[in-house]
Each structure stands twice: as structure tokens, then as C-alpha cells.
Design a protein around this ligand. Structure first.
Ligand code: TXA
Ligand code: MG
Length: 352
């Protein structure tokens, strides 16, 4: 059974002790809640993978209390990695670096690199300092499911597993960290997230290459019938084609097709849109804000709510093109298994 802890000194110390004993401790970050274990404890890592139902070759991010701790986990830190760490840590950015000797294979998925991040959340940093070493933490959800942005979400996910859950309130960013691979000659964006692509390029002083996986799904959404199976192997280390997914069938719909598609599917269809319900109030209709950061903050909680509402389908109004919505679009594509015809936003006022 999972148990809630507060942000008191005593509870933070209790959580750090639990990590030392090899237990699972969920904690808030500015992005989403993480499910943490001591990153050098192979037994605890095995329990973490089992609790999540996560494939063993899927690497996890090591959370560090400060930039100084990087030397214990990465064997070299190229100049462009230094620039990104200085500009964005603590913050919603994960850097993939050449791993240091002794970093467990369970952390790296057997790769020669390790993902590192200093989170920008006071409670996470207090826990990391109290523990004193790296904490391996994937998002605190079952594998492939919607990431948690409140402590209550974590408790829902792990009802039957022993997890201590530090409650730090709702997450400020609401989407996972941006991941940049800085292990090679040129930095490469692996996952869009809390740090904007443009901000990365400004800090680097150069254009950022983007992983094929991210690009491909940006330009060529798959047809409805081509949905890859849930068990498909990752096409890039960044993630799977179907991920962050509700159990209810969900599809992306262009704004101007939303009403027609809703009528077609019948009475028990839920809608997630950027405008109010046509009739004013409607329990099956959730409205999210029209600006990307606020939408990102609320989208996982909204999907969770609709997923447990008893609806037959979830229709998600497609969001605008362009870099501001890159991370949101990526998560919506994954939540719906690749997108559908007409998924691109066609609202004139959305711009490019
Ligand atoms: O915001 C976040 O990053 C959250 C919070 C808890 O920090 N964590 C998170 O972890 O989203 P997770 O496990 O759900 O996603 C981690 C992603 C995976 O897609 C994984 O493939 C990638 O990071 N990753 C980790 N280490 C990597 C490595 N060495 N090379 C490439 N990708 C890596
Ligand atoms: Mg995750």
C-alpha cells in the first residue's frame, strides 16, 4: 500500500532513509512525480522496474542534488553540455551523457550513456540532499500510462505496491523534461518537454538536431488503422509510439471536425478542447487553456479525469502547429497512438 508523506523535516528524513533501505519513494518535481530508488542499488532498481511493469532495456533518469554531482555519474562533460547545465539546471532538462564506470546497467538500459537531471522543485532537492547521491526515477505511473502530476495520482497508480509518496502539491510544468543527447559531437533533441527548443538553441548558439522519431511523427502522423501494437520496441531511446495513454479509446480531431465526430460517436463521448462546451455546461466536456504552458500543466490531469468518467471515447481537439506546442503535440500523439486524419489544427487564428 502506498503511504503519503508531507514536506516536514521528519518526513523528508524518513523518505531519505527509505531510499537507503532500498524502498520506493515517489516525489514531486516541477515536471511530473517521479518514482525513485537509490540509483546504485540494483535490488531496488529491480523492484522499481517490477512495480512499473517497465521493460528492462528502457533507461531511467538519475536525479541529482546539484551540478557538482554530475562528475560521479558521467565520465566526460562536453562544452555544449556545460552550457546547457549552466543555463537550465535546476530545471526541466535531462542531459544524456557518456556514463561513468560503475553506473548500473539497470539505470542505462545497457547503453553507454546515462540520463541526468537536477530538478527544480524544493521538496525534490531537499530529498536529494538528504539522501546524498543520485536517485533513479521514471515518472510515477505504470508503464505506458498517463504520468502523474499530483500525489493523489501516484497513490491511484500504485494502490497495491509499497511506495512512500512525498506530497508537494500539483506539478508546475505538468509535462516531462526535455531530453537532449549531449554524448556525441552535436547535441540532439530526443524528447520535447519543459524547456523550449528555441531556448536550448539560444543557450547553445547553434541549431539543435532533432531525433528522427520526433520529426517523423511531427510531419507524418499514422493513419488510424496503422496503430502500432502496445508492445512495439522503441524506435528511438526517447519513447514508444503509444505512451502516456488513457485506457479509453482516444483520438485527435481537427477543431473544425470536432462537433461532427462527436455526433457520429454518440452520447458517451468525452471531449478535451480549448474552448467551452457549445451548450455552456457539459459534464463530458473539459476545457483547457489556449496557451501552451497552461495547457501542458493541465493535460495529464484532464486525461485522467476523462479516462475514469465512464465515457466510451475521448476526442481531443488538435492543438496548433509550431514549436510552442511541440511537447504537447508529442504527448497527444502518443496518447492517441499516432494520430488520425485531420489531426492538425486548422484554426485560422492559431497561426503556424
Ligand atoms: O520530467 C522527467 O523527466 C520525469 C521526472 C520524474 O524527472 N521523468 C521521466 O522519466 O519522464 P521516464 O522514465 O518516464 O522517461 C525517461 C526517458 C525515457 O524515454 C528514456 O528512454 C529516456 O528518458 N532516457 C533515459 N536515459 C537515457 C539514455 N541514457 N539515453 C537515451 N534516453 C534516455
Ligand atoms: Mg514516463
Amino acid at each position: 500500500m502506498s503511504r503519503l508523506l508531507t514536506s516536514s523535516e521528519g518526513d523528508v528524513a524518513r523518505a531519505a532513509d527509505a531510499l537507503r533501505r532500498g524502498a520506493l519513494v515517489a516525489f514531486p518535481t516541477e515536471t511530473v512525480y517521479g518514482l525513485g530508488v537509490a540509483a546504485r542499488d540494483r535490488g531496488a532498481l529491480a523492484r522499481l522496474y517490477a512495480a512499473k511493469g517497465r521493460p528492462l532495456d528502457h533507461p531511467v533518469i538519475v536525479h541529482l542534488p546539484s551540478v557538482d554531482a554530475v562528475a560521479a555519474w558521467a565520465r566526460e562533460v562536453p562544452a555544449h553540455a556545460h552550457r546547457l547545465a549552466a543555463a537550465f539546471w535546476p530545471g526541466p532538462l535531462t542531459l544524456v551523457l557518456p556514463r561513468a564506470a560503475g553506473v548500473p546497467d539497470e539505470v542505462t538500459g545497457g547503453q553507454d550513456t546515462v540520463g541526468l537531471r537536477v530538478p527544480d522543485h524544493p521538496l525534490a532537492l531537499r530529498l536529494l540532499r538528504a539522501f546524498g547521491d543520485g536517485v533513479a526515477a521514471p515518472s510515477a505511473n505504470r508503464f505506458g500510462r498517463i504520468s502523474p502530476t499530483t500525489a493523489a495520482h501516484v497513490v491511484e497508480e500504485f494502490e497495491d505496491v509499497d511506495v512512500l509518496v512525498l506530497d508537494g502539491g500539483p506539478c508546475r510544468v505538468g509535462l516531462e523534461s526535455t531530453i537532449v543527447d549531449v554524448s556525441g559531437d552535436a547535441p540532439r533533441l530526443l524528447r520535447a518537454g519543459g524547456v523550449h527548443r528555441r531556448a536550448l538553441e539560444e543557450a547553445l548558439g547553434e541549431r539543435l538536431a532533432v531525433a528522427d522519431d520526433l520529426l517523423e511523427r511531427e510531419t507524418a502522423p499514422q493513419a488510424e488503422g496503422d496503430r502500432p501494437p502496445l508492445s512495439a520496441a522503441p524506435r528511438a531511446p526517447g519513447g514508444l509510439p503509444r505512451h502516456y495513454a488513457p485506457t479509453t479509446p482516444a483520438e485527435l480531431v481537427a477543431p473544425d471536425l470536432l462537433d461532427a465526430r462527436r455526433r457520429e460517436l454518440g452520447a458517451h463521448v468525452a471531449v478535451l478542447a480549448r474552448r467551452p462546451a457549445p451548450a455552456g455546461t457539459d459534464p463530458w466536456w473539459l476545457e483547457l487553456p489556449g496557451d501552451a504552458p497552461a495547457y501542458g500543466r493541465g493535460v495529464y490531469a484532464a486525461l485522467r479525469k476523462l479516462d475514469t468518467s465512464g465515457c466510451s471515447h475521448i476526442l481531443i481537439e488538435a492543438v496548433p502547429d509550431g514549436d510552442d506546442w511541440l511537447a504537447v503535440r508529442d504527448r497527444l500523439r502518443r496518447a492517441t497512438g499516432g494520430g488520425t486524419a485531420g489531426a492538425t489544427s486548422r484554426r485560422k487564428e492559431d497561426g503556424a
